[in-house]
Design a binder for this molecule. Structure first.
Ligand code: PLP
Length: 416
């Protein structure tokens, strides 16, 4: 198709005035609907007690009920003593962890991060916009590090953390990363485990948001960070996060953080100023539904069965429409919630604008980069989870027209 034909198709779709949204990686109503048993998992007064007899309706239980600590411990392969159960959002735990580090530091013999003139975080890119937003909010400088197929470029990570003691942290989504879907290789995990940062108060934010979120029958393998770090006596470096946001309810799930015994003791000392305890009734409901890891894995197959066809639909359309288009590539991850699409340089913003004008909302171009700035303006984050299959079937060809138009416009502009 030439430019005029593509423009005509695009305008035809635009004229239909559709409203489609592929902007955020939210579970669909269908996915949320698979969890109705959670709503009624605890209904009577005499059901409100944890296995140790704690009345979950009352105050207390800063680190969570045993059932939930054990379940998260099983999922993350750490002893339950190294787990703190939080509220409904792991992002909230990450934010609070950064906030406490800014005011109180991360270890007894280190000054608060906020007392430095400037500190920096390493940000593997493309990455998760809300991680970067936390840094921006606290005035933490962000340094881009390329995220390669096997994980962050570890030559760069090792060099930077070894030579600059004002680098205090790094954001990692080690499994099915948001948005490229890659999983860190065992070698990358090992290099993290033996990292020797110049800063004694450097911390790795290991956000394992997609730990069980497979999309295919060939899931990726992620080596166990705490087992690896233990070999190098380096456990204090790592703080791992996850939640049931995309297992049960994204607005009413349960989050957790796991770390070394020393860090956990410190976090609990500090947390008691923030809360008397999180929502234990919701923890109890979750633990009644999921007695162990196997129960969770069973449920994740239901999510997979809903999500897999959505990803496959997009691949079919992209393969048909875009495989011949030079400079366009997309990921086909084994899990997670996103596809990352690479375009020729300078096209991403224009694609998002063209899509918006035709009623399709995409994630903002630049969102997967610190400060919202994609240096090459060529990465799109595509989130297939929320729309229905019918909506996706409409959105996918429109997206392809937008991509082709933006590329042709770009070429025309270059010739001027
Ligand atoms: C990598 C990553 N971490 C964290 C979150 C949010 O987690 P939560 O709902 O537990 O706050 C998301 C949501 O999309 C995510 O992609």
């Amino acid at each position: 198709m030439n430019y005029e034909q593509i423009l005509k198709e695009y305008n035809n779709i635009k004229a239909k005035g559709k409203k489609l949204d592929m902007s955020r990686g939210k579970p669909s109503p269908e996915q949320l609907g698979t969890m109705s048993r959670l709503l009624t998992a605890v209904i009577r007064n005499d059901e409100c007690f944890s296995e140790t007899g704690t009345d979950c309706r009352n105050y207390g239980g800063l680190d969570g009920i045993n059932e939930m600590k054990r379940l998260f411990g099983e999922i993350l392969n750490v002893p339950m003593e190294q787990v703190i159960v939080g509220g409904n959002s792991s992002l909230n735990l990450m934010y609070d962890t950064v906030a406490r580090a800014m005011f109180h530091g991360v270890a007894d013999d280190c000054k608060p991060w906020g007392k430095y003139e400037q500190i920096s975080f390493l940000c593997p890119v493309p990455g998760y916009d809300r991680h970067f937003a936390i840094c921006e909010f606290f005035g933490i400088n962000m340094i881009n590090v390329p995220l390669l197929d096997e994980g962050p470029d570890m030559d760069i990570v090792e060099k930077l953390v070894a030579e600059d003691d004002t680098i205090k942290g790094i954001w990692c989504v080690p499994k099915y990363s948001n948005p490229s879907g890659i999983t860190y290789s065992p070698e990358v995990v090992e290099r993290f485990a033996k990292l020797k940062p110049a800063a004694k108060d450097f911390r790795v934010f290991w956000d394992n948001a997609y730990v069980l979120h497979h999309l295919t029958e060939t899931p990726d393998y992620l080596a166990d960070i705490f087992a690896e770090a233990k070999k190098y006596d380096n456990e204090d470096l790592f703080i791992e996060f996850m939640s049931t946001s995309k297992i049960t309810y994204s607005g009413a799930g349960i989050s957790c953080m796991a770390s070394s015994p020393r860090n956990i003791a410190r976090f609990l000392e500090e947390l008691k100023f923030q809360t008397i305890g999180h929502d234990k009734l919701n923890q109890l409901r979750h633990s009644r539904i999921f007695r162990n890891l196997e129960d969770v894995k069973e449920h994740m197959k239901v999510h997979q069965s809903i999500l897999q066809p959505k990803f496959q639909l997009l691949y079919r359309v992209f393969d048909k429409e875009l495989s011949e288009v030079e400079g366009v590539h997309w990921t086909k991850p084994n899990g997670g919630y996103f596809i990352a699409m690479t375009l020729p340089k300078g096209c991403a913003k224009r694609v998002v604008q063209l899509a918006k004008d035709a009623g399709l909302v995409l994630t903002g171009a630049g969102a997967p980069f610190p400060y919202g700035k994609d240096p090459d303006d060529n990465i799109l984050r595509i989130a297939p989870s929320y729309p229905s299959l019918n909506e996706l079937a409409e959105a996918a060809p429109l997206l392809c027209y937008c991509i082709k138009l933006a590329i042709l416009e770009n070429e025309q502009n270059a010739q001027k």
